[in-house]
Structure formats: structure tokens, C-alpha cells
Design a protein around this ligand. Structure first.
Ligand code: GLU
Length: 478
């Protein structure tokens, strides 16, 4: 079998986001499942729209996610052309000239004003989708043509039926009469996307084109170019849309979700979790399992399991998957990972507290959904000096709270060591003395010791807050 070669072809007009990561990832999985090559090609012909730093950031975030390219402009291989379109202007021009020789393309000298007039005329005649009239195909009225600037247009044959077999959509048919003679090389010498992409995929011996469904409308033009050159077409696979909770295409304007991979990285998501969740957007494995490593996904990938309907990006699901991956970390890796997200301006960890903070972080291992969330939990160990009014109300709603507090304080003062076991016993003893259990017992103790209604395991928390601060907290209540 011929080696599969798939490519991710970002335009450096922006940064890596959920949508283009899904494209990169599916190409990567598809290639790796079949022991093929995954290639990154930069489509940077639209020079004005290129954004500084976008290319570097795309590679950096892909590396972080574990989507590694076998070939790219950083790792070029001989015999597959260039990995960046801006280095191929000459090549596109030569191919365009070749199409002119073959009479499959021609020079169009029409000015923008002429083209606009033609369009307006067609619209006035009730034509909904105006097309170029092919005027320059047979034009003889121009003088000094060598001095005029021109676009090169593809000569679309009328009423031809083309068929493609798309992995996701099955057989797709179109009639060339719906397509006007489109420009393949602009007067400034720059190839248009539909032309360059075919030349590149051919040069790079791409076997499968996996991309978003917004490109399906471009495919007919590309198919005609393949045919004009007599080249074999790759297999096409157009992935369905990723939509947000309002059913619109997911974008940076989508309300409830972050869009860029760097945002998730900063918030403390794990690359394994993002990889895992994005692989389930528009694709699903057999069975109910939802947590998969990259290696498992490569193994179980199946191109027949792409979804035919749009997939909804669910930020809560993403969070859940991340929390599952955080739980899988061993304690040391978990601590090292979460530590990076502590807001050090707010929670200043002193040298002697380094071991202690590790134990504090471990308290939250079962509940953290992402790294930065740790900052919502640390108040009780650091800054908390006063209770808010609502918490005071909750405390005062328990009838025995004051007597319990006085008792608890006196018992704490008598404790020889301040360890989890002893504190558990003390909580139990308090329950017996006041004939309380469950929430009636734990909630008041939690509030007068930690000054908060919420927190992890009570005895461990009290121990880690430390005797001195616990006594201070109790004293702050009156
Ligand atoms: N450069 C195109 C994009 O960013 C990709 C085109 C393709 O995959 O054919 O959408």
C-alpha cells in the first residue's frame, strides 16, 4: 500500500484554536493510524492577512499537544516541494503558464471597473450568481497587450458533471455550469488559494485531504484543476462543523467557551485532556469509553466513524475530561503541575512552607477541574481573616454553635499534637457531646475553624491550617 501522506495547512492569519486543532489532530491520527506521514504546510499567500508570531505559536501549541509533524518547513524533505507557499510563487506561475499552453487557462485583461459593470449588468438581468463572461478568451480589441496587467483565469468547461467521493459525505456531484472562470493567478503574481492548494498537494504527494466543511465549496474548482493537469486526485474528507451552544459555528466570539489553545494552557488544562476531548469532536469510537490517550486514539482511529452532523463544543465536558486526566497524574506530577498556577501575588509561599503547600494541594486532587481553579480554594489557608455575612448567618442558624465552638476551642488547646487522627476523634467527641452528626455537626465546625462553608476533608484541612490560625479564626467570631 502506498504510504499515506496527510497535511494540516494553516494560514498564519491567526493562532491555534479548537477548530484548526481538530483539523490538525484528525489528519495526524489518520496518518499515524496507517503508519503514514503528517505534514504541516504554511499557506501564507495572503500576505496582508498574515499575523506576526502566528506560525511560531501554531507550532509551539501543536508540540505542546503532542501533534508532531514528520515534515514541515522546519523539517523539510527533498522531493516534496516547499513547505511554505510564499516560497513557491515562481512555481505557481510556471504551472499557470502551462495551463495557458494547454488552453485550459487564459489571460484576462478586464479591469476591476469592467468586471463590476459586467456584474451589475447580469444582476439587472435577474442573474443571481453572476459569472465572468469569458470575454477575454476570445478578445481581439486590445492594443499593446504586453503592457497591460492581467489575471490568469481557469477556462471552465460548460455543463460537465464532476463527482467526488468524500469520506464523510459519500458521493458529491456538481455541475461545472455553477462555476465561473475563476482566477488562478492574480495580476500581482500571487496564486489564489484554489490553485496553490492543488499544486502543493500534488508536489507533496498528499494522499488524503482532511479539512473543515467550509472548504467543500472550493473542492469543485480544485477537482477541475487536477483534471486539467491529468493528475490523480487525493481522497477528500470534509469534517462537519463544530458549533457552540447557540448552534453557530464555534469562533472567538462564542460566548461560553474559550477558543484558543493558549487560553486553555494558561488556565491549567493538560495537553492529554485537550487532545482527548478534541478527538471526540466530529468523530467517535465504538463503545462508551470517553477517556483515551493519544496512543489509544492512534490505534482505534477509524475513518468510517466521522460524524455526519455538526458537533457541539461543550466546555463543561472539556472541563470534566481535564479533571479526569488530572486525577490520573501521580501525586508528584499533580503537585508540580498545579503549583505553576498558584497566584503568587495573592498567596505568597514562604520557603519553609514548601512541603506544607504540597499537602494542601493534594487535598484538592479529587476536585480540581483545571490548574488555576486552585486559587479558589487557597483562601482558607492564607488570607481568610473574616467571614462574610452570609457565612455568619449560616453558622448562626445552628442552635448549639456557640457552645460547640467554646468546647472545641478548649479541647484544641489541650491537644498534644495536631494530627489528622486526633482531630477526627475530636470532631467525633464533639458530635457525641452535643448529640449531633452529619451536616449538623460538620458545618458549624467547618465554619468556625476555617471561616468558610466549603472546603475539602475537614480534619485534614484543620490540621493543615494549623493550630495557631485555627484558634485565631475561632477568636475572630463573636
Ligand atoms: N489554508 C486553509 C485554511 O486555513 C486550508 C486549506 C486546505 O486544507 O485545503 O483553511
Amino acid at each position: 500500500m502506498k504510504k499515506f501522506r496527510l497535511r494540516y495547512a494553516p494560514s498564519p492569519t491567526g493562532f491555534l484554536h479548537i477548530g484548526n486543532t481538530r483539523t490538525a489532530l484528525m489528519n495526524f491520527l489518520y496518518a499515524k493510524h496507517y503508519n503514514g506521514d503528517f505534514i504541516v504546510r504554511i499557506e501564507d499567500t495572503d500576505l496582508e492577512r498574515n499575523v506576526d508570531g502566528a506560525i511560531e505559536s501554531q507550532f509551539d501549541n501543536m508540540d505542546w499537544l503532542g501533534i508532531f509533524a514528520d515534515e514541515s518547513f522546519k523539517k523539510p524533505k527533498d522531493g516534496f516541494g516547499k513547505y511554505m507557499q510564499s516560497q513557491k510563487f515562481e512555481i505557481y506561475k510556471n504551472y499557470a503558464d502551462k495551463l495557458i499552453q494547454l488552453k485550459k487557462a487564459y489571460k484576462c485583461y478586464c479591469t476591476p471597473e469592467e468586471l463590476e459593470k459586467e456584474r451589475e449588468y447580469q444582476i439587472s438581468k435577474g442573474i443571481i450568481a453572476p459569472q465572468y463572461s469569458k470575454k477575454c478568451l476570445t478578445r481581439t480589441d486590445l492594443k499593446n497587450v504586453e503592457k497591460l496587467s492581467f489575471n490568469i483565469r481557469f477556462n471552465v468547461k460548460e455543463n460537465r458533471i464532476f463527482k467526488i467521493n468524500d469520506i464523510v459525505r459519500g458521493e458529491v456531484e456538481f455541475n461545472s455550469k455553477e462555476i465561473g472562470d475563476f482566477v488562478i493567478l492574480k495580476s500581482n503574481g500571487i496564486a489564489t488559494y484554489n490553485f496553490a492548494v492543488v499544486i502543493d498537494d500534488y508536489d507533496m504527494k498528499i494522499t488524503h485531504v482532511v479539512r473543515g466543511e467550509e472548504h467543500i465549496s472550493n473542492t469543485p474548482k480544485q477537482v477541475m484543476i487536477y483534471e486539467a493537469f491529468g493528475w490523480n486526485m487525493p481522497i477528500f474528507c470534509h469534517l462537519t462543523l463544530i458549533i457552540d451552544e447557540t448552534k453557530k459555528k464555534l469562533s472567538k466570539r462564542s460566548g461560553n467557551s474559550m477558543f484558543f489553545i493558549s487560553q486553555y494552557r494558561e488556565q491549567g488544562y493538560l495537553p492529554e485532556a485537550i487532545f482527548n476531548y478534541i478527538s471526540l469532536l466530529g468523530w467517535s469510537p465504538k463503545g462508551e469509553q470517553e477517556l483515551f490517550s493519544k496512543e489509544e486514539l492512534i490505534k482505534i482511529f477509524d475513518e468510517n466513524r466521522f460524524s455526519k452532523s455538526p458537533s457541539t463544543f461543550d466546555p463543561n465536558k472539556m472541563k470534566w475530561i481535564n479533571s479526569q486526566w488530572m486525577k490520573k497524574l501521580d501525586d508528584l506530577n499533580y503537585i508540580n503541575f498545579v503549583k505553576k498556577f498558584i497566584d503568587i501575588k495573592k498567596f505568597n509561599i514562604k520557603e519553609k512552607e514548601k512541603k506544607w503547600i504540597n499537602d494542601v494541594l493534594l487535598l484538592f486532587k479529587k476536585e480540581l477541574e483545571f490548574g488555576q481553579q486552585v486559587n479558589e480554594h487557597l483562601d482558607i489557608f492564607f488570607n481568610k481573616e473574616n467571614m462574610d455575612l452570609q457565612t455568619i448567618e449560616v453558622l448562626k442558624s445552628f442552635s448549639n454553635w456557640k457552645d460547640m465552638m467554646i468546647y472545641f476551642k478548649s479541647q484544641i488547646q489541650n491537644l498534644n499534637s495536631f494530627e489528622e487522627e486526633e482531630l477526627k476523634d475530636l470532631i467525633k467527641k464533639t458530635g457525641e457531646k452535643f448529640s449531633l452528626k452529619g451536616k449538623e455537626l460538620f458545618m458549624p465546625i467547618r465554619i468556625f475553624t476555617t471561616l468558610s462553608e466549603h472546603g475539602p476533608e475537614l480534619a485534614k484541612t484543620i490540621k493543615l491550617i494549623g493550630k495557631q490560625k485555627i484558634l485565631k479564626n475561632i477568636d475572630s467570631i463573636n
